[in-house]
Design a protein around this ligand. Structure first.
Ligand SMILES: [Zn+2]
Ligand SMILES: [Zn+2]
Length: 135
């Protein structure tokens, strides 16, 4: 692994947040001023494939990266885009019971309005699930 690759990995691993490629780029750039955005992307993709870091995808915003490899799910705030870790005890068993098939892993994204945004504006209109399809 090159010094640059180590630096990219270290930025993700040492943060307890979910970082975008742009945020990682900004941090790595201070030590490696000439680094290209494409190099950052390429390495993040590789690290995620090699399971050195985790990619959080399917978000309203761009994919995020984190160093926490322990199984957990996420919530995203539809108002401010904040992504948080979600831990629900017994979730896998609950899902398995309803699906019937052997549940191997779970990657759940819960859409929320976070408490900060709720305080700012409590008048959000929530999408109603189609009653025929259910939630
Ligand atoms: Zn919010
Ligand atoms: Zn996470």
């Amino acid at each position: 692994m090159t010094r640059l690759q180590k630096a990219i990995l270290e930025v993700v691993k040492s943060s307890d947040k979910h970082l975008s490629a742009k945020e990682i780029y900004a941090k790595v750039q201070s030590a490696f001023p000439g680094v290209a955005m494409g190099t950052i992307y390429r390495n993040l993709n590789k690290f995620a494939e090699d399971k050195l870091i985790r990619r959080v995808s399917g978000l309203a915003s761009a994919d995020l990266f984190e160093g926490n490899l322990l199984p957990h799910n996420h919530s995203q705030c539809l108002a401010c885009g904040k992504v948080a870790d979600v831990h629900i005890a017994g979730m896998k068993e609950f899902v398995q019971e309803h699906i019937g098939d052997e549940t191997v892993s779970l990657d759940l994204l819960v859409n929320v309005i976070c408490s900060d945004c709720m305080k700012k504006d409590g008048n959000f209109v929530f999408e109603q699930p189609d009653p025929k399809v259910g939630c």
